[in-house]
Write a protein that binds this ligand. Structure first.
Ligand SMILES: C[S@@+](CC[C@H](N)C(=O)[O-])C[C@H]1O[C@@H](n2cnc3c(N)ncnc32)[C@H](O)[C@@H]1O
Length: 220
């Protein structure tokens, strides 16, 4: 296994994380591979925008082993489970407003000691800030028309100065008719009013009409 980032590995052009759950436990029918007595979980870039961003050449992954991560749009927990492997000594606050998916997320969290599911609307960080406190990383994948506003609101309220915001932006959710490139550039300008955009890349063809932004919150 070749380490791509701390906690992320690659072999034969496939991505893996070190399994921080119980040995042999498949959460999503992922491949499990054991090398030198360590178990790795296969991570599918067709299913995860973060994995797609890494495959597409993300220059840095600002999630550390001990990071406190606010994950907005956690759904059934697929990508959150890999974030929980990377931040294996940190915590992942996994927010979603759909009760049906949060039920599945609870099953994932029962098998991982560092995922805390929260049934909440990401438009209202004031509802969960008392639980999460300030975080090192805000990760967002909500596919909503006001994705950028939701992201900026959460970064403003909950991201520590010097912390990082990772945004998976779905153009079709903002406007189905407009050219995705135009939507991404408008979003980038909006983000730059409050944050430093460190990296911006397109996720096509792995994730159609999606872009991925890495932002840093100014220290003062
Ligand atoms: C594309 S899915 C996320 C997939 C997930 N990030 C992954 O990679 O495994 C988008 C999720 O965002 C959730 N969502 C959309 N708007 C939201 C909001 N305002 N607050 C919380 N969750 C939201 C939806 O319920 C849905 O589960």
């Amino acid at each position: 296994m070749r380490q791509v980032f701390p906690g992320v590995f690659e072999e034969n052009r496939r991505l893996y994380t070190l399994n921080s759950g119980a040995t042999g436990d498949k959460l999503f029918d992922e491949d499990l591979v054991t090398v030198d007595s360590r178990e790795y979980r296969g991570w599918n870039p067709l299913r995860s925008k973060l994995a797609a961003a890494i495959v597409k050449g993300l220059p840095q992954l600002p999630i550390r082993k001990d990071s406190k991560v606010l994950y907005l749009g956690a759904a059934h927990g697929y990508t959150p489970s890999f974030v929980s492997d990377i931040a294996s000594e940190g915590i992942v606050f996994a927010v979603d407003f759909a009760p049906r998916v949060v039920r599945d997320l609870v099953f994932v969290a029962e098998k991982r000691k560092n995922i805390l599911p929260l049934l909440a609307d990401a438009n209202h960080p004031e509802l969960y800030c008392g639980i999460t406190g300030a975080v090192d990383v805000v990760y967002q994948d909500v596919a909503q028309r006001n994705q950028v506003d939701i992201f900026l609101k959460n970064c403003n309220v909950l991201l520590k100065p010097g912390g990082f915001g990772l945004l998976a932006l779905k153009a079709r959710s903002v406007d189905v008719l407009q050219n995705p490139q135009g939507i991404f550039l408008v979003a980038k300008k909006e983000l730059e009013k409050k944050l430093t955009v460190i990296d911006y890349r397109l996720l096509s063809p792995l994730q159609k009409d999606h872009a991925f932004f890495v932002c840093e919150k100014p220290k003062s």
